[in-house]
Design a protein around this ligand. Structure first.
Ligand SMILES: [Mg+2]
Length: 275
């Protein structure tokens, strides 16, 4: 089942949690891979569904682990959610179930954030480690009682992978709580597999999707986005998805490559040769 690329790509797109790092540690092989890609002048971008940090905070986190990355090479759901709301619902009043970096970005984009359910136009569900019954009640009142607001989410991830096989409940759990009590469905999801994430990451770069490799640890988000975009994809087995998950999918929904370590993405130069 394991399969490494035999070729170099022009551009490499990397998920972060479970792909580049777990908790506060870079995963094995990341430094070697990045050094090789840089030496060959490849385009490298990072894209995360996690909205608990903004790109500047991710830049700092990566630098703290020894990986220097320009902030403009990092995109996440703080960026896609803000861009989508600016494009489609400028001036909307938002109730945001999300952490400070998301709230700050939305305020800076001139949205009004409110906790008064009678005024909420859009409920934004996200990964919020301070989620509680009070917030669920506000969302419920805004959507179900006042019949005014609709629901969007930053990302569809069920949990965020942590070291030692652990994890933290992610945005999908909060979206599901709101859907369960209101009976409404979330209308838009701004993270992978949405192509909006790809646009945010590649904005300005005119790249042939056939020359890009998307690398991630989740089939349903990272790999699905690549397949939808006509890109090659590589699943790293350092986060959520397993070989059994790959085998459970139809052939056309499987990643192009499956590797145990991220530096196994370095092309094997001859059949049977080591990466
Ligand atoms: Mg991940």
């Amino acid at each position: 089942m394991l399969r490494s690329p035999l070729q170099w790509y022009d551009a490499y797109l990397f998920d972060l949690d479970g792909t580049i790092f777990l908790g506060d540690e870079l995963l094995p092989g990341v430094e070697r891979l990045m050094a090789e890609l840089r030496a060959r002048g490849r385009t490298v971008k990072f894209l995360s569904n996690n909205a608990t940090k903004d790109p500047a905070q991710y830049r700092e986190k990566l630098a703290g682990m020894g990986l220097e990355v320009p902030v403009e090479d990092i995109a996440n759901t703080v960026v896609t959610t803000t861009q989508w709301l600016v494009a489609h619902h400028p001036g909307a009043s938002l109730f945001v179930i999300g952490e400070e970096p998301l709230q700050r970005a939305l305020r800076e984009a001139r949205f009004r954030l409110t906790e008064d359910p009678a005024e909420v136009d859009i409920v934004v569900a996200s990964y919020d480690r301070a989620f509680d019954y009070r917030k669920l009640q506000i969302a419920f009142d805004a959507i179900w009682f006042h019949k005014r607001a609709f629901l969007i989410e930053t990302n569809p991830d069920r949990y965020c992978p942590f070291p030692g096989g652990r994890g933290e409940p992610d945005c999908a759990a909060i979206t599901a709580a709101i859907e369960a009590c209101t009976g409404v469905k979330c209308q838009v999801s701004l993270g992978k597999p949405s192509p909006l994430m790809l646009e945010a990451a590649l904005g300005g770069h005119d790249l042939d999707p056939g020359r890009c490799l998307m690398v991630g640890d989740r089939l349903m988000t990272d790999i699905q986005m690549a397949i939808d975009a006509g890109m090659a994809s590589a699943l790293v087995l350092t986060g959520e998805s397993t070989v059994d998950d790959v085998l459970a999918r139809e052939e056309r929904s499987r990643p192009t490559y499956v590797v145990e370590r991220i530096d196994h993405l370095l092309p094997t130069l001859a059949p049977g040769g080591g990466a």
